[in-house]
Design a protein around this ligand. Structure first.
Ligand code: AVI
Length: 383
């Protein structure tokens, strides 16, 4: 893994803060959540009793890891069919973070194929170091991480001619930017240097060896933190890296239904212990720390709202009083009750997911739901 010219993180934070807080209505981009403290708070959120998303998705992997791989490799085959691996395959992941849930799928993959190449991509090199550690617990797993922002940086997905014989290419180096891909990565991997030591990927016209098929993961409901337009372009960009026979596994949180109430969803973003409130307010604490701003954290309150028209949870920080905040010599006035919109978390129907995937060039082939139909893992092939 190589390092490129570092982007100035503080400069990016300043630009984002000034452009968002001088706009009407005021906004701050969610990547600002994920400094060191914010990443710790997010980890704590994933273990809250109200935050059903992480444990539900983990349970789907625990129950269906073999089914997911079978469906990827032999779409439509009955689950009773004795399963033989038809082709070598590799698993890639956008926004992999520490890859804790993915470990369940990788374990199933190493039971099917003696050597499995795993290609995690994340803006946080320190998170990728944890993902690399999976190789220590799963014999046959070869991890090739890429530090990249999958929204803005170039990234590569390898279709090695034979995944079973690929080599890993080393360690990550820490930048601690956090996990949201809106963040600038201080390490950018150039497209020519991040694919290991085997040269150009995939078969050439004269290469008789079958290439490995890619199963690309985009899980954790990360897609929900983007506007519909940005979500489409992330999926289209991913699609452009894939070839016929490859597939995407998309993890998304579902809209309210007869199985899941709005209050269940709201509670996940406004927990009783106040961890999500602390996570939201940390964005102001970060601006104080990084930019020497003078936000009084007691003068703002965390608000989570359900926006039914847009099918999304919105997180805001509401000013309790009329006040003026200073950032880098600029005065930012707040009226009482005025809010800063810090995050949207879209919730999807199965139909909306099908539409999103189809428009991006994928064909959904099977969806795995939990018993309460709270969360969906949708497998979509590239035909
Ligand atoms: C990272 N992302 C999928 C989380 C979500 O549920 O939208 C971020 C989060 N915000 C508040 N709680 C969790």
């Amino acid at each position: 893994m190589t390092t490129a010219t570092p982007v100035s993180l503080n400069e990016a934070v300043l630009n984002e803060a000034l452009s968002g807080l001088t706009a009407t209505p005021k906004t701050l981009s969610p990547w600002l959540f994920y400094d060191e403290r914010g990443s710790q708070l997010f980890e704590a959120i994933t273990e809250l009793p109200e935050y059903y998303l992480t444990r539900t998705e983990r349970a789907l992997f625990a129950t269906h890891a073999d089914d997911i791989l079978r469906e990827f490799l032999t779409p439509g085959a009955p689950s009773t069919q004795v399963f033989r691996t038809p082709d070598p395959f590799t698993i890639a992941e956008l926004g992999a973070g520490t890859a804790t849930k993915t470990g369940l799928l990788l374990a199933a993959a190493t039971r099917l194929q003696p050597n499995v190449l795993y290609q995690p991509i994340d803006v946080s090199a320190s998170a990728l170091e944890a993902a690399e550690n999976l190789a220590a617990t799963l014999p046959g797993l070869n991890v090739q991480p890429q530090v990249a922002n999958y929204v803005t940086d170039p990234y590569t997905l390898r279709h090695p001619a034979n995944a079973a014989h690929s080599n890993g290419n080393g360690n990550s180096n820490g930048n601690g930017n956090g996990h949201h891909p809106g963040a600038p990565s201080s390490t950018t991997v150039s497209s020519s240097s991040k694919v290991g030591s085997k040269g150009p990927m995939g078969p050439t016209h004269t290469d008789p060896t079958p290439r490995a098929r890619i199963l690309a993961l985009y899980i954790g409901s990360s897609i929900g933190n983007f506007s519909p337009e940005d979500a489409s372009s992330i999926l289209r960009r991913l699609r452009s890296h894939l070839q016929p026979g490859d597939a995407l596994l998309l993890g998304a949180d579902l809209s309210p239904s007869s199985h899941k109430s709005v209050s269940t969803i709201l509670a996940a973003y406004d927990d009783a212990a106040g961890v999500t409130a602390a996570f939201n307010l940390n964005i102001l604490a970060r601006l104080n720390r990084d930019l020497d701003a003078d936000f009084n954290l007691d003068a703002f309150i965390h608000r989570a709202r359900w926006n039914a028209n847009e099918s999304r949870i919105e997180m805001h920080l509401e000013s309790l009083i009329p006040q003026t905040v200073h950032i880098a010599g600029q005065r930012i006035p707040f009226a009482q009750f005025e809010t800063i919109h810090t995050e949207s978390s879209y919730k999807f129907t199965d139909e909306a997911l099908t539409h999103l995937l189809t428009r991006a060039g994928f064909t959904p082939t099977r969806t795995f739901h939990d018993p309460t139909r709270s969360f969906a893992l949708t497998l979509a092939h590239t035909l």
